[in-house]
Design a protein around this ligand. Structure first.
Ligand code: SF4
Length: 470
């Protein structure tokens, strides 16, 4: 633990956002596009937007992340960016030979009102004889109206609406996992395979953003969900969607036409009658049980022994470690769906969440936390639309025993001399951020151990005499 840093006593009042507790919308959209096989994301706007997004993603995933840009100039800002978008798409097709091009808009493109759908139709019409033209999909992701999560979910919904068609009923199950780590996605796929469920994951960036070492550079990384599979979504026997907030944030959540705000699974249910199961992100025992029960119902199979054993070991660990965590106070921050799921898990292990904070602003955070954290949910301070400076000020007043969230909160933990448990995105100051486990019994085990050990380490580091054994 770092030496104690003096807490700043005087803080000036600010009206602007300082150190936002969210990232930009097309960044989330680009991650979703990375989950489609053979897809290259194109950011329609200034060069700097794509550069920032690439750098930010590379820093977390430690992988090459190619994202193209339509590279706005002063001229495109005034007269429209269609010519730039066409040139960007042409370059991407020439250099990458993609199966899909996924376009996200930026603040600038949205402000001038570029019509991306029309621009893509024009491009297709102008190249009607070219057999190498890939599939196109686009999502509206103005960052001034939303966060990376809004961008992510807008793009997932756009992918669903673009590719799902009326097909014959099949035995597949659509999985909308939301924004999980690549390791979470791999664990989820293992679970589905253990239930012998034939799934379509939307999106699946478990390989594209976390590849093994290559002998030669791959312009487009292996992995992702194929367009052929995406076209089967409309005939699936069920959809499972994680998270109650999804795209009910600032983008789709504010539109008057509620059909435009449908999530991927809601759209498939409305258009094709695919039954939707909606659950929280399965973090902790209670929420994981719900997932396993749904999978058991859908597959008609018992929960494999491997998972009942993992669950049993987790309960045993809760009993072993409860004395280190019971009654501790925590601040949770990050994306709304992750904050909800983490708060439920912490409530389950006896930790009191005194502040649940997010840069998201769906308006349903408080209600969802009260539903899934029966012990402390009603007394948890729940605040959306926060920045890290405000979270820092609240932490100084509330004096948590630890904070839990992404690496951007590190400076708060350092200032208060308390542990930070790193979960979620981004993890910029550690190796393995993309391999963190959050979901199912294994994810709960990992986080429970981390919290217990952080409490013990804190006591050791801050004891006057030190100790070897508690
Ligand atoms: S916030 Fe807007 S201007 Fe800034 S990087 Fe994101 S899209 Fe570009």
């Amino acid at each position: 633990m770092a030496d104690k840093i003096p807490v700043l006593k005087e803080r000036k009042n600010f009206v602007a956002t300082r150190n936002a507790c969210k990232v930009c919308s097309p960044l989330g959209g680009s991650i979703a596009y990375k989950g489609i096989k053979g897809c290259v994301p194109v950011i329609h706007g200034g060069q700097g937007c794509a550069t920032y997004i690439r750098r930010y993603l590379i820093s977390h995933y430690k992988e090459p992340v190619d994202i193209a840009s339509s590279n706005f100039s002063e001229e495109s800002t005034i007269f429209g960016g269609e010519a730039n978008l066409s040139a960007a798409i042409q370059n991407v097709i020439t250099q990458y030979k993609p199966e899909v091009v996924g376009v996200c808009t930026t603040c600038l493109a949205e402000t001038i009102g570029d019509d991306i759908g029309q621009a893509l139709r024009n491009y297709k019409a102008a190249n009607a004889d070219d057999k190498s033209i890939p599939e196109f999909v686009y999502s509206s992701t103005p960052s001034y109206q939303g966060s990376h999560m809004d961008g992510f979910h807008e793009t997932v919904a756009a992918i669903t609406k673009t590719f799902a068609t009326k097909v014959e009923l099949n035995e597949k199950v659509n999985i909308f996992p939301g924004f999980l780590s690549t390791e979470d996605l791999r664990m989820l796929k293992d679970i589905l395979e253990d239930f012998e469920i034939d799934y379509i994951m939307i999106p699946d960036y478990s390989e594209t953003l976390d590849n093994p070492v290559w002998d030669t550079y791959h312009r487009i990384p292996d992995g992702g969900t194929s367009v052929e599979d995406l076209k089967m979504m409309g005939g699936a026997k069920a959809s499972i969607e994680f998270g109650p907030v999804l795209n009910r944030g600032n983008l789709a959540g504010r539109v008057k036409n509620k059909d435009l705000a449908l999530t991927g699974a809601e759209y498939l249910e409305k258009e094709f009658g695919v039954k939707k199961f909606g659950i929280n992100i399965p973090v902790g025992i209670t929420q994981s049980d719900e997932l396993f029960e749904i999978l058991s119902d859908i597959s008609g199979k018992d929960i494999p022994k491997k998972y009942t054993m993992e669950r049993g070991r987790l309960i045993d660990a809760y009993a072993d470690g409860h004395k280190y965590v019971f009654g501790k106070k925590a601040v949770v921050y990050g994306e709304e769906d992750l904050v909800i799921a983490m708060t439920s898990f912490l409530d389950e292990i006896g930790v009191e969440v005194i502040l649940a904070a997010s840069g998201g602003n769906s308006g349903i955070l408080k209600n969802e936390i009260e539903k899934c954290a029966p012990v402390h949910g009603k007394t948890t301070e729940v605040l959306g639309d926060l920045d890290f400076e405000k979270i820092n000020e609240l932490c100084i007043d509330m004096k948590p025993d630890f904070i839990i969230g992404n690496s951007k909160g590190y400076y708060i933990a350092r200032e208060l001399n308390i542990p930070i448990i790193r979960v979620g995105f981004p993890i910029h100051d550690r190796i393995g951020g993309s391999r963190l486990k959050h979901i199912a019994y294994k994810g709960a085990q990992e986080n429970f151990d981390k919290i217990c050990n952080a409490m013990m380490e804190y006591k050791q580091e801050n004891s006057e005499v030190g100790y070897k054994y508690i």
